[in-house]
Design a protein around this ligand. Sequence first.
Ligand code: BGC
Length: 407
Amino acid sequence: MKPKPKRQKSRTLRFPKGFLWGAATSAYQVEGGIANNDWETQVRLPRAGAACDHYNRFEADFKLAKKLNHNAHRLSLEWSRIEPDKGKWDEEALRHYFHVLENLKNQGFTTFVTLHHFTNPVWVAKQGGWAHKKTVDDFADYVGKIAQTLGQFIDFWVTVNEPGIYAYMGYQGGFWPPFAKSILKSFMVYRNMLEGHNRAYKLIHAYYHDAKVGLAQNVSSFRPFHPRSFFDNLEVKVQEFINIDYPYRKTICDFIGLNHYMYRRIHFSLWFWKKQVVRGREAELSDKGWEIYPRAVYEVLLKLKKFGKPIYITENGIADSTDKKRPEFIRGYVKEVYHAIKRGVDVRGYLHWTLLDSYEWPVLKQEKTGYKMQFGLVKVDFKNQKRAVRKSARVYAKICKDNALTL
Ligand code: BGC
């Protein structure tokens, strides 16, 4: 008789009590009908247009998130809707966001609200965008208005989303509006955004003494391409300085918002050419070509530990139109978050990117559509706006419900 195969014992990894689970979105990527920002008015890249019509369907979408056991939700406010012209406040837009946030709070969600997620009102872009100091003052005015009108509903304030990526893509690589290619400008933009964050931090705290204010920074795990190369190792240090130490030493934060997607092997080059290399043939890739390597999030979390602040994963996700890889992606990354907590990193929440398939920022000369890359837990049919819950959403829903991952 054949011996019975041994049953693997299942193991449950429990997360700390009160851990936050949810999904993240951004206004321009989901709302639809935004006409007055620098992405919708540029002509070199496909635009978001109607997106997921979340502007009109937010109630049903939040209901869905609730059904999927999310207890937190991250969204962004669209500055161009709220302040279509300098100093002119659109009361209807403010009322709309009032209802949106009120709806989330009434359903018991903890809210993460991003104030700037890559898009600017046209008037801000015209005055030179974030390369111009004036924008820091204007951003502060806008933040003050939000604090006065919507602050009561905001549990976590995410001032700016990924200042490093924004500065690089729009001002150094020339891939996003305003398509500039200047290292100097890119640095100024980065610095101004961090200053904008600090201004916002102080302002928000003046209104709400115990507000929780942070920014969301995109941090990859960096490794040297040639482990013994002095220059590759040096380049890793430079990248870590630019992406971790510089922003977190320059800003005041109540928490760290981590957006994590990538594992990169860095190859030094005098021309700032950096190689993102695939780990051999076995490496699994997302539809974007990004490597799936869950251990990377653990490595990054350990690097962030030294700042001594609570950490929330404000984004982590995968472009996977077939949803074949997403279930294991989620389980793999969540498991590594658990291991980081066990190593003493104070992680308090995980927000998956993203709730719905939505507009994905195209890159100049690389992508012809903003809708090919599907990051959603929920599939969206853009012909009729129908939502379909993916298997991965259910896998994630179980984790959220149990506050645990069962292996
Ligand atoms: C951004 C999101 C984007 C995601 C996937 C992040 O850098 O904050 O807006 O959709 O990456 O590319």
